[in-house]
Design a protein around this ligand. Structure first.
Ligand code: SF4
Ligand code: SF4
Ligand code: FES
Length: 237
């Protein structure tokens, strides 16, 4: 069944929003709408979509204020009035396309990659499970776009980098576990307020907030971080 849907799209050329009224299939994705508009109504519209399968992370946009992947989100969850905008906290290149370079810059700066040990190391199923979420991050930037701490604390690495970093400090196949744990301290996971925005928004359901909590606990266990109790000492009551 086709549904008449009213669309407002952030467009640079029009210095604001441009409106469209289109018929779309009930089970269409947000990306289907963008493709239809570009092919039939507005050829100069810019957006990104490299895989159309929820794998490349390039199609993140904001619809009715919610950051989502355009290729894997059905229109039906938003109703019949949609406002398309670029995700927050990234520099807009054009229309819905944002600059992803800061993501790669941050990962390079912190050397967020694995240095495998020479010897073979067998992991238990539990150990594998613990870090698999970190491997599944597609660098879409949605979590960083909804994190309020990134706006106010430059020393906080943010949920994206901390999610990718998790495997480096918990997977014993990494040759530089200790060095990476010092690196983790510089990323200041303790500045996370645990507001859960990133975990609710992550399209791959990786729960970045929970990962950050584990990283913070690791630093506390290793004596590299002392948790501030805010002056509350329940043993002293
Ligand atoms: S839970 Fe932490 S990292 Fe996630 S959005 Fe909130 S402050 Fe940012
Ligand atoms: S943690 Fe989730 S929201 Fe953040 S970049 Fe990775 S996949 Fe995207
Ligand atoms: S187009 Fe690749 S994740 Fe959406």
């Amino acid at each position: 069944m086709k549904v008449k849907t009213s669309i407002k799209l952030m467009r640079q050329d029009f210095e604001g929003y441009r409106s469209f009224l289109i018929d779309i299939q009930e089970n269409a994705t947000l990306l289907d709408i963008l493709v239809k508009i570009k092919e039939e109504m507005d050829q100069s519209l810019s957006f990104r979509s490299m895989c159309r399968a929820g794998v490349c992370g390039t199609c993140a946009i904001k619809v009715n204020g919610k950051a989502v992947l355009a290729c894997s989100t059905k229109v039906s969850i938003f109703g019949e009035e949609l406002v398309f905008e670029p995700i927050d906290k990234f520099v807009v290149i054009k229309d819905l396309v944002v600059d992803h370079d800061p993501i790669y810059f941050k990962l390079k700066l912190r050397r967020v990659w694995f240095d495998p040990r020479k010897e073979n190391i067998k992991l238990t199923e539990w150990e594998l499970k613990k870090t698999e979420r970190s491997h599944e991050c597609i660098l879409c930037g949605v979590c960083d776009s909804v994190c309020p701490v990134l706006e106010v604390a430059q020393s906080f690495a943010g949920p994206l980098s901390l999610t990718r970093y998790q495997k480096l400090v918990f997977d014993k196949r990494n040759a530089n576990l200790e060095q990476k744990t010092y690196g983790l301290k510089d990323m200041n996971p303790q500045l996370c307020t645990h507001c859960m925005n990133c975990s609710y928004a992550c399209p791959k359901k990786l729960m970045p907030e929970a990962i950050i909590k584990e990283e913070e606990s690791l630093l506390v266990e290793k004596g590299m971080l002392i948790k501030d109790t805010g002056g509350f000492d329940f043993l002293g009551i």
